[in-house]
Design a protein around this ligand. Structure first.
Ligand code: AMP
Length: 309
């Protein structure tokens, strides 16, 4: 079993009501790979950075078991840069700067050693890059999941629908599900979207948790109520990393196990928001994760006191 992650490896500059950072390491691929490394020993990443990206971060990824052979370093070019500012409620943000840099002409190379990847997580990137990776893998992985965003619905809907038709799991937020399906009700939206291809759909609702749909089954996972949300950047990607990492490590695609994977993803996301960028994710232990999953269990566990008249 091995997990392949495709996604941006980036510099972010973030402003929240609690503080501001200069350029720190971020990127969807970074958050996914770090989160899933707590579950999977054999992990590969496909991405691209410029020669301004710190070698030390690449070593940190390697030390976490993430193989960076497919992470291209472009000499004389700059790493993707994103800057965002959160509003006081921390649920909404404005993108201040997007400098695509190396991502502008990104041609994903799939090294020979990645060809046997059994699980594939396509982080938010251009849908044509996402489908190129699927096409360049000789053997189709057992499970292909993808994330996307409304930006691609606005500018590349045909490419996006083609890529969506190729995957098993789609992970998007509620607004994106409504835009993609044209339905306000998330239940109706889930039917429309699953008719586009993916048999499994996850709709993230930020601090209101996540919904999982497969066939006639629906599961709802709450988000952990936290006293302080410091920086939500990367929470969605971290959720996806925890979800896919857990699935890949257990190799069980039953609905019961998908439910557990959603809880593990939610637990990882709850760590991510506690500090800026990847900082918190880099300092947790397996015991922290288990303890947090335990809090999720007690959060929604109750005895049904059956009243019989
Ligand atoms: P999230 O908070 O889950 O939406 O993810 C935030 C991360 O996505 C940041 O670390 C950014 O570097 C990265 N990101 C933002 N916009 C893009 C984009 N257009 N393409 C790829 N990655 C992006």
């Amino acid at each position: 079993m091995s997990l392949l992650t495709v996604g941006s490896v980036a510099f972010d500059a973030i402003e929240t009501p609690f503080g501001k950072t200069d350029k720190i390491v971020g990127g969807a691929g970074t958050f996914i790979a770090i989160a899933s490394s707590y579950f999977v020993k054999d992990q590969n990443i496909i991405s691209v950075v410029g020669d301004d990206f710190p070698q030390q971060t690449l070593e940190t990824l390697n030390n976490m078991g993430i193989n960076t052979e497919g992470l291209q370093i472009k000499n004389g070019e700059k790493t993707f840069f994103w800057s965002g500012k959160y509003h006081n409620d921390m649920n909404s943000r404005d993108t201040l700067i997007t400098e695509l840099n190396v991502l502008e002409n990104f041609d994903p190379i799939v090294p020979e050693s990645y060809q046997d990847s059994t699980y594939l997580m396509l982080g938010n990137l251009s849908p044509s890059v996402q489908s190129t990776v699927i096409e360049r893998l000789g053997n189709r992985p057992k499970l292909v999941a993808m994330d996307t965003m409304n930006f691609w619905m606005d500018i590349a809907i045909d490419d996006l629908k083609k890529t969506i038709s190729m995957v098993d799991v789609l992970i998007i937020n509620d607004e994106e599900a409504r835009q993609l399906s044209g339905e306000y009700s998330l239940i109706k939206a889930s039917g429309v979207i699953r008719n586009m291809g993916p048999k499994i759909l996850i709709i993230k609702k930020g601090e209101h948790g996540a919904l999982l749909f497969q066939e006639d089954e629906v599961f709802f996972a709450p988000a952990l109520p936290l006293e302080e949300v410091f920086d939500p950047t990367g929470a969605g990607d971290t959720f996806a990393g925890g979800f896919m990492g857990y699935l890949a490590s257990t190799e069980d695609l039953s609905f019961e196990n998908l439910k557990r994977a959603v809880i593990y993803g939610s637990a990882m996301a709850s760590f991510c928001v506690e500090k800026f960028g990847t900082e918190k994710l880099l300092e947790i232990t397996q015991n922290d994760i288990l303890a947090r999953v335990g809090r999720f269990v007690s959060l929604s566990n109750f005895d049904m006191n059956v009243l019989v008249k």
